[in-house]
Design a protein around this ligand. Structure first.
Ligand code: NAD
Ligand code: UD1
Length: 335
């Protein structure tokens, strides 16, 4: 089958492209390189021995999108990764986020309808869940985002639900990712944020290579087992494979609209991550405790049961795998 990946040269898209190719599908990528590099295409080819068809285009440009569908009229499904994802930036530049993250989806739906392409997988996020005292988070828990980025995900979910209600033969899978970390075992693909990272694992990796001095741990007085924040970290390759499970389901049946968490179901604290990283990679990461980061919550982890039951999705990688592969990629790509 022909599968179109928007944002397919980004962190999650590139790992998913590898899995889509390995599953025997023909892969087409659209990416405007706003947060990725063209070299990723060569790396996908190096790993899979197949070169995806690539369009350097903006998904917000409906003419460009129409051209892609005209040249590839038999696309079976679209996996829509393209979007901006930095929470802090979204608070400073909300319009940039609303434009890119919403218009891209609207354009895709419009063009897919024109070309009779009826299967859509969307990159949603755990950030759409309202703050909850109860863990693990299940798909039918209350929703409520607390920043513009999160709201773009929530609005996208609602737009897609409205669209599916009006088009019952259109199939949508909303995948709510928890915290993807780690890298491809080849060391060729991984996460490579510009500037000083905001997220935990990219920051730890830069401390380990000596690019940053030490990790600041945000808060040690949360109501968690060791006082530091707890999250559901999922290996990027496991996460990528979740998309294949969703595709397989769409190949088997009309799914209508389905929502799945992609997480492991296990919460690890910041100290668990640092200690495991230091255990598998050598004692490289020093840390200090500082004040809580505004907006952070104590705990967030998924119930993976629905994805396991309905998609047969089960993660296989360990926290050690996540820490080892993240560092391998960082060493290979040290600037
Ligand atoms: P990323 O920034 O690495 O990848 C996004 C890709 O989309 C980049 O290659 C970028 O160049 C491209 N892009 C952005 N806007 C575009 C446009 N208008 N047209 C064409 N290409 C465009 O991000 P990622 O971590 O791979 O995330 C992928 C998706 O998953 C995003 O929608 C993100 O919001 C979502 N998500 C990510 C996380 C995470 O922790 N990484 C968690 C939950 C959800
Ligand atoms: C981030 C995103 C969120 C997204 C989620 C999953 C932000 C503000 N939020 O949240 O929108 O849905 O990833 O991808 O970017 N930590 C430190 N020191 C650091 C960095 C982080 O102690 O330098 C701690 C945090 O307080 C938190 C944990 O590490 O307890 C994980 O942080 P992070 O990687 O930023 O992920 P989330 O906070 O879950």
């Amino acid at each position: 089958m022909k599968i179109l990946l928007t944002g397919g040269l980004g962190y999650i898209g590139s790992h998913t492209a590898v899995e889509v190719i390995n599953a025997g599908h023909e892969t087409i990528i659209i990416d405007n390189l706003s947060n990725s590099k063209i070299e990723v295409l060569e790396k996908i080819e190096k790993i899979t021995k197949k070169r995806p068809k690539f369009y350097q285009e903006d998904v917000c440009d409906i003419n460009a999108l129409t051209k892609v569908f005209k040249e590839n009229p038999d696309i079976f499904a679209v996996i829509h990764f393209a979007g901006f994802k930095a929470v802090g930036e979204s608070c400073k530049e909300p319009l940039k986020y609303y434009k890119n993250n919403l218009i891209s989806t609207l354009n895709l739906l419009e063009v897919m309808e024109k070309f009779n392409c009826k299967n859509f997988i969307f990159s949603s996020s755990a950030t759409v869940y309202a703050v909850s005292e109860i863990m693990p988070l299940e798909e039918d828990f209350p929703l409520g985002a607390s920043n513009p980025y999160g709201r773009t995900k929530l609005f996208n979910e609602e737009i897609l639900e409205d669209y599916q209600n009006a088009h019952p033969d259109f199939n949508i899978v909303l995948l709510r990712y928890f915290n993807p970390i780690g890298a491809h075992e080849s060391g060729l693909l991984g996460e490579d944020p510009n500037g000083i990272p905001n997220n935990l694992m990219p920051y730890i990796c830069k401390v380990a290579t000596g690019e940053l001095d030490h990790l600041n741990i945000f808060g040690k007085d949360y109501n968690t087992k060791d006082g530091t924040g707890v999250r559901d970290y999922i290996h990027i390759v496991d996460l990528a494979k979740g998309h294949i499970k969703a595709l397989e389901k769409m190949l088997e049946e009309n799914v209508g609209l389905k929502i799945y968490n992609l997480g492991t179901g296990t919460g690890y604290s910041v100290l668990d991550i640092v200690n495991t990283f230091n255990k598998v990679n050598g004692n490289l990461v020093k840390y200090e405790f500082v004040a809580r980061r505004p907006g952070d919550i104590a705990m967030c982890y998924a119930s993976p049961s629905k994805a396991e039951k309905e998609l047969g999705f089960k993660t296989t990688k360990t926290l050690e795998d996540m820490c080892r592969s993240s560092y391998l990629y960082q060493k290979n790509n040290k600037k």
